[in-house]
Design a protein around this ligand. Structure first.
Ligand code: NCC
Length: 277
């Protein structure tokens, strides 16, 4: 297939990457009476007029000593991932958090203290679990990677006013297909990273999306996370996730300058509402 130019690629994303979360209307959730647990308002309508400018903050070690905190906090909405903290790292990552994307390990592994950590309070939560490619909702519900459903139900009962969504696996796999169709090589049949999922969610809610240290700056390092002394180049380049391929795709649609990429690890993307197709 022919290589799409940046504009064509953006139009493919706008046309196909429709954020979808569970609403409880499909089986098995409908039969289980789960409609009452999922938020009434779909995620894409939660912030009615959307945001004008958004930041997506990767958890990469390369953001350490970046002094990007003030710039990140100046955006209208800020998206962070999993256990990435702000406390004690304000100078480099800022302290505003609008939304947090968490994989199913966060909900199920007690080391993350999901029920009592400050990280998961006063923010919109979006959880996901890697369902197998061909699994339908029944198969997935009975055999998720990590069983996020009981802790989700519990959290919703205790905190009914906190917006908390579960991503529909069809959305995740649609993103995977778009990555595969636009890569030269066959990629592993594993879902994209939380980072890529988050970038696409923000593109549907913001006029402009600024992504920090997802594509590494000159500070590129094997330090996996800015908040942990753990070194592994696979965190940046990928092992389980098709990270390298998602990042090449994001780099192709970057509308920011080379200088911003090199110095800040910053990519600037148009939101879907700003794309004419
Ligand atoms: O590491 P993780 O990702 O939480 O990072 C969030 C997102 O930031 C981007 N990133 C991170 C580190 C790095 N050096 N470069 C980066 O570009 C990626 O886009 C990444 O998605 C995940 O995607 O959910 C992931 O979660 C971790 C882990 O489960 C959580 O941190 C909780 O401890 C996964 N690691 C393991 O399971 C061991 C990781 O594969 C993906």
């Amino acid at each position: 297939s022919k290589k799409l130019n940046p504009q064509e690629l953006l139009c493919v994303l706008k046309k196909r990457a429709h954020v979808r979360t569970l609403d409880g209307k499909e089986a098995p959730f409908s039969n289980l009476g789960w409609e009452k647990y999922f938020p009434q308002t779909p995620l894409n309508l939660l912030y009615r007029q959307g945001f004008s400018s958004c930041a997506v903050v990767s958890s990469a070690g390369a953001i350490l000593n970046s002094s990007l905190g003030a710039e990140i906090d100046a955006h209208d909405a800020v998206l962070r991932f999993n256990t990435a903290p702000t406390r004690n790292y304000e100078r480099d990552v800022g302290n505003k958090t609008t939304m947090r994307i968490i994989n199913s390990q966060i909900l199920t592994n007690p080391i993350h203290h999901f029920t009592d950590s400050y990280l998961y309070k006063d923010v919109t939560l979006v959880a996901w679990d890697p369902s197998p490619y061909f699994a339908d909702l029944h198969m997935w519900y009975h055999k998720p990677d990590y069983n996020l459903f009981p802790p989700y139900e519990q959290h919703r009962k205790k905190n009914p006013d906190q917006p908390f969504y579960i991503i529909h696996p069809k959305f995740t796999w649609e993103l995977w297909k778009i990555i595969q169709e636009n890569s030269n090589e066959k990629i592993q049949p594993n879902p994209p990273s939380s980072g890529f999922i988050g970038i696409l969610i923000m593109m549907s809610m913001c006029q402009k999306v600024h992504v920090y240290e997802y594509i590494p700056s000159y500070r590129q390092t094997d330090l996996c996370h800015y908040h942990e002394q753990y070194y592994d180049a696979a965190c940046t380049l990928g092992a389980y996730h098709p990270l390298l391929y998602e990042k090449m795709l994001v780099q192709r649609i970057n509308q920011g300058s080379e200088d911003n990429l090199l110095r800040k690890g910053k990519v600037t993307l148009p939101g879907f509402s700003s794309i004419q197709c």
